[in-house]
Design a protein around this ligand. Structure first.
Ligand SMILES: *[C@@H]1O[C@H](CO)[C@@H](O)[C@H](O)[C@H]1NC(C)=O
Ligand SMILES: *[C@@H]1O[C@H](CO)[C@@H](O)[C@H](O)[C@H]1NC(C)=O
Length: 401
């Protein structure tokens, strides 16, 4: 409302009721204060929006920590058999060109395991190699608890990630912060403080639909759906526009390829999968493979878990027979060239380009929206907080980074 409206309207009204100039001024002041209060009450929405956007901008400095040597967590662990020096070469070189640091958790083989170390409820229908794989993850969690790490990332050793991983993680942290309602607050972790597991690399996720979801848009590193590998869970019950990635609270997920875990999360998983005080295992663990048990712990509310859909990370298959890939399952012997799945700008497939000093990287597929890109041209993206209603998803708030 402009000041000209005031001078033309108010004095004319007031002059009829008031006699002295002092009284007139007092009434006028009350009137002005009253109108300002009414305006503030009637305009809560623009006021609230301004606060959200300002706060989101303030979290940007927190997201800077994600570009550090450990991607914004305390340490990064890769689980890998000491004998698979070839896979360690891949991870050391890949993390070096992406500028982050990996520590090792030795993979476990069944013959190294004392049979007495098996949890009493382990389902012996599963292969001994599957228990050994679960034990390697539990060893990683034991290490996180022993070293009192605030959070850590654990990855398996056949992983591939996008050359823009740091930017992707900033976008994703922005999304999971919004899901925790902490866009404007300072937090200990750049990913927020109210999570146990952030499931970055998986082969299927079932999102909770009773709480908000976050859709990040205009992200050129999101694969078109025809390049997804089969997921072992149904896609989320909403349309995901092209170049968009969903962040959601997890009801269930499979394949523990890459995940971040908080200190509290590591303690709780160690309690459930091994220490098992007071019959905890009966309630939440079915003696299954690590990823299956982890999915259940997310689904029954024991752990607070978030995930990306589609998966943020993918897999790398070095040149040679398929049997090189897995130490858990037996695969065929046919020789094939190196390949990558699940990431737009594969770090592993671009290593030669990066080492020759080329500033650009190529997409894994010719039909990518941007087949050749300078990664510095890709920046973190914002998105919208959504809620699923009877008519589909609707937007609660737009949030810009
Ligand atoms: C990276 O940032 C996180 C979060 O601030 C911090 O805990 C971690 O120690 C940092 N890592 C390095 C190597 O500075
Ligand atoms: C990167 O961005 C600059 C300036 O915006 C543009 O001139 C250049 O063509 C871009 N390069 C690639 C490879 O995306």
């Amino acid at each position: 409302m402009s000041s000209t409206t005031w001078t033309s309207f108010c004095p004319a009204q007031l002059s009829m009721a008031l006699s002295t100039p002092q009284k007139r001024f007092g009434r006028l002041l009350l009137y002005v204060v009253g109108v300002i209060v009414i305006l503030l009450v009637l305009w809560p929405l623009p006021y609230a929006r301004a606060t959200v956007r300002k706060g989101a901008g303030g979290s940007r400095t927190q997201l800077d920590a994600i570009r550090n040597e450990t991607l914004g967590v305390g340490k990064i662990f890769a689980i890998s058999l000491p004998s698979r020096v070839d896979k360690r070469d891949n991870l050391v070189l890949g993390s070096s060109v992406s500028d982050f640091h990996i520590d090792w958790i030795d993979g476990v083989t069944p013959d190294e395991l004392n049979p007495k170390a098996y949890p009493y409820n382990w389902n012996y229908d599963h292969k001994p190699t599957e228990y050994a794989a679960r034990r390697a993850h539990v060893n990683a969690l034991q290490r996180i608890v022993r070293e009192r790490l605030g959070s850590a990332i654990v990855m398996e050793d056949d992983v591939d990630w996008d050359v823009t991983i740091k930017t992707q993680l900033q976008s994703f942290a922005f999304a999971v912060r919004a899901l925790q309602g902490v866009t404007q607050k300072a937090t200990d972790s750049p990913y927020g403080d109210d999570w146990d597991i952030i499931w970055l690399g998986h082969c299927g996720v079932e999102c909770r639909t009773d709480v908000p979801l976050f859709m990040s848009s205009n992200d050129p590193t999101v694969l078109p759906p025809h390049h997804f590998l089969p997921y072992w869970r149904d896609p989320p019950p909403m349309a995901i526009p092209d170049h968009s990635r969903l962040a959601c609270a997890v009801h269930d997920a499979v394949c523990s390829i890459v995940y971040a875990v908080s200190y509290r999360g590591a303690q709780k998983i160690l309690a459930a999968l091994s220490v098992n005080p007071g019959g905890l295992a009966e309630q939440i663990d079915i003696g299954a493979q690590f990823d299956v048990s982890l999915g259940r712990m997310c689904g029954n509310g024991y752990l607070r878990c978030f995930a990306a859909y589609p998966s943020l990370t993918g897999g790398y298959q070095p040149a040679g027979p398929f049997s090189k890939a897995s130490d858990i399952h037996d695969e065929g012997q046919d020789v094939h060239p190196a390949s990558s799945n699940g990431v737009m700008y594969s770090t592993m497939l671009n290593i030669n380009r990066i080492l020759t000093g080329d500033k650009t990287v190529t997409a894994t597929w010719d039909d990518a929206p941007i087949p050749v890109v300078n990664p510095v041209n890709i920046s973190a993206v914002g998105g919208a907080l959504l809620l699923l209603g009877e008519e589909g998803a609707y937007t609660l708030t737009d949030v810009d980074p």
